[in-house]
Design a protein around this ligand. Structure first.
Ligand code: ATP
Ligand code: MG
Length: 253
């Protein structure tokens, strides 16, 4: 059975794309077939972490949503990022969103059929025989985010230790409960190492009544990497990589 995992946050810049890429790569290394869809159509970016050359992006999710191609035609095999460190059967497919200004403007102007996005997810799962589908979302609550939450088996909500994030996450948790997401996990990212991680975890869990998968420290090497690579593959022995492995195990369970 496929598992659909949406990675979301109410506010931007929390680490959704980096988390999605790292969890997808970690899960894939266990011999899983993994798809990643960039539903952040307004401000796409996860392809950058896979070293994806935009000039080779002939077809994107946008083309599928405009009826120009089938969804699997917009899927790119990016398994080479694993450098054969994955178990037999490992595969990662990326469905990027277009960076062309005209394509983005059209979505913002005209919208698109969100039902088609759902059909696209189902098509990918079947055609690519996926074990996992990761959905990297646009921050905040919009139609495609609501759809992604609705169809998810797991919703991973990311927040920073910041009052604005706390409030926005409360709204999102409330909506996800109403949409009856089977499993919700919180992740606190960019915590200063001087913080009391155990106390922060307890506080967040008590506030939302949702388990915290992990608290991730603000990590200098991640900032240095600047989305040029997938952290856990570049730094296999780093403590942050072990945290990604822990969260990946929760998804694999
Ligand atoms: N634990 C961390 N420590 C330090 N920097 C981090 C950490 N996690 C993410 N970052 C950095 O934060 C920035 C934003 O990360 P990312 O693009 O993954 O966030 P996002 O939530 O997808 O953003 P957007 O809402 O714009 O899509 C990146 O520069 C990334 O390197
Ligand atoms: Mg992002």
């Amino acid at each position: 059975m496929v598992k659909v995992v949406s990675v979301h946050s109410f506010r931007g810049g929390t680490g959704k794309s980096n988390t999605t890429a790292n969890l997808a790569a970690t899960v894939a290394r266990h011999g899983k077939r993994v798809g990643i869809v960039d539903t952040d159509i307004q401000s796409p970016g996860i392809h950058v972490l896979f070293g994806f050359d935009e000039s080779h992006m002939n077809l994107a999710l946008n083309d599928y949503l405009w009826g120009r191609c089938s969804v699997e035609e917009a899927a790119y095999d990016v398994s080479h990022v694993l450098h054969e460190t994955g178990a037999a059967g490992s595969a990662i497919y990326l469905i990027p969103s277009s960076l062309k200004a005209g394509e983005i403007a059209r979505v913002l102007r005209e919208g698109y059929d969100v039902g088609l996005l759902n059909d696209g997810f189902q098509g990918l799962i079947q055609q690519l025989n996926l074990d996992f589908l990761f959905i990297d979302t646009h921050p905040g609550l919009n139609e495609e985010t609501l759809l992604s939450i609705t169809i998810s088996d797991v919703l991973l909500l990311i927040m920073r230790p910041d009052r604005q994030d706390f409030q926005g996450t409360a709204v999102t948790v409330d909506i996800a409960r109403r949409l009856e997401v089977p499993k919700m996990l919180l992740m606190v990212n960019k915590a200063l190492s001087s913080f009391d991680f155990a106390a922060l975890k307890s506080e967040v869990e008590a506030t939302y009544g949702v388990p915290v998968a992990s608290i991730l420290p603000l990590t200098e090497e991640m900032i240095q990497l600047g989305s040029s690579d997938i952290f856990s593959l570049r730094f296999p022995d780093h403590p942050l990589t072990q945290i990604y492995a822990h969260i990946a195990n929760l998804l694999l369970d």
